[in-house]
Design a protein around this ligand. Structure first.
Ligand code: SAH
Length: 365
């Protein structure tokens, strides 16, 4: 009886977060042949199975054994919004414990790009961001990051070729699971997505950037800069209280030196806050002598916040000033404006109101 009870409460192991090598060891320890690990890994990460039941080239007894010991982390579709404006879709997924995360699919000529979340909620507190309003709930497991992509690939039937880690959460605040995610999603035994097609965005956690520079990755690092001075950055991003702008930039330089990957600076343009001539001059001082790319993002209005985006004309003017100084700069093309709101908005509606109510709000919009 005691044993049964223990079995019932024992937490199943998160099999989708195991690298191929770890799974092979695990199977070996269980007395299974090593090729079984290969088969199981393929089911999980190539054929994108949602249950052990599906793994038909394994014996029934092995499938049952796996089901007793392990769990395939649930990432269940709650809502899919398809944009009428452009080839963009937004997905709301529910995790095992009822938490919700958002992912976005953007289709381009060069392939399909998926933006994933790395945490449920976020504790970074950036003033203009919807994802941080309810604080951090928990880190996502590696399996939960991977399976956002797997789900989208299964739902659409189309291959994902590019990944951006720019959804809810701060990837460097969930460092180990995030790095494991990068390893696994780019591994030849799994989806095998080229690291050069992966971008991760950080608000500027210096020790995390320096550690990432040593991982031997070829991913692009995007730094959320948003201001050209320490003072202004502090007023927009609380994380700047902990890490000075000069330190953050030095860490980005190290990342570039170690990886050879040019840094992307993200700069959310907010009317009258960071879009003046003086702001452009500050930005030029930072970017003018660096091998980098600047991505201007006209701020997405967030219901709970009062930030406003500059006019198209002013955004272009700002871009022009940077360009004249030889800086490589683009304005992020707006995607899915009819479904998007700001990042994290869809999840927030659910979190705040519960599912029925959220449906009502969506219908009313
Ligand atoms: N935590 C990471 C990644 C998540 S946010 C980071 O801070 O970089 C991805 C990007 O969107 C960041 O540059 C973030 O500052 C920006 N962002 C968040 N809310 C925004 C909004 N309402 N309008 C425009 N950009 C926003």
């Amino acid at each position: 009886m005691g044993e049964i009870m223990e079995k019932a409460v024992r937490k199943k192991k998160d099999i989708c977060s195991y690298t191929y090598e770890e799974l092979a060891e695990e199977m070996q320890a269980a007395g299974e042949k090593t090729f079984r690990a290969k088969q199981i890994y393929q089911w999980l990460h190539v054929k994108l199975a949602d249950s052990f039941e599906e793994m038909t080239n394994l014996s029934k007894s092995l499938r049952e054994k796996l089901d007793e010991e392990y769990q395939i982390a649930p990432v269940e579709l709650v809502e899919r919004q398809i944009s009428k404006a452009d080839p963009t879709e937004k997905f709301l997924f529910e995790l095992e414990d009822g938490n919700m995360v958002e992912s976005v699919l953007m289709k381009y000529d060069y392939g399909n790009s998926v933006c994933i979340s790395s945490q449920a909620g976020c504790r970074m507190g950036c003033r203009f961001c919807a994802s941080t309003i309810g604080g951090l709930i928990r880190n996502l497991k590696t399996s939960e990051m991977l399976r956002q992509i797997y789900r989208i690939q299964k739902i659409t039937g189309e291959r994902v070729s590019n990944i951006v880690v720019m959804g809810t959460g701060e990837p460097l605040d969930n460092y180990d699971n995030f790095v494991r995610f990068i390893r696994m999603v780019s591994a030849p035994e799994g989806l095998n997505i080229s690291q050069r097609n992966i971008t991760a965005s950080t608000c500027g956690i210096v020790p995390g950037i320096l550690r990432l520079a040593e991982e031997g990755f070829q991913i692009t690092l995007a730094l959320s800069l948003h201001a050209g001075t320490q003072e202004k950055r502090k007023s927009l991003m609380p994380v700047a209280n902990k890490y000075e702008l000069s330190e953050v930039l030095a860490a980005c330089d190290t990342y570039f030196e170690k990886t050879g990957r040019r840094i992307t600076f993200e700069y959310s343009l907010v009317k009258d806050v960071n879009d003046t001539d003086e702001d452009a001059a500050d930005l030029i001082r930072i970017a003018g002598h660096r091998n980098c790319h600047i991505n201007l993002i006209p701020v997405n209005p967030v219901r709970e916040r009062s930030y406003v985006r500059p006019s198209r004309q002013n955004a272009l003017k700002f871009q022009n000033k940077l360009e004249k100084n030889g800086i490589n700069v683009t304005i992020r093309r707006e995607r899915g404006s009819d479904i998007d709101g700001a990042c994290g908005q869809l999840r927030r509606r659910y979190a705040a109101a519960g599912k029925e109510k959220a449906d009502e709000i969506l219908r009313a919009d």
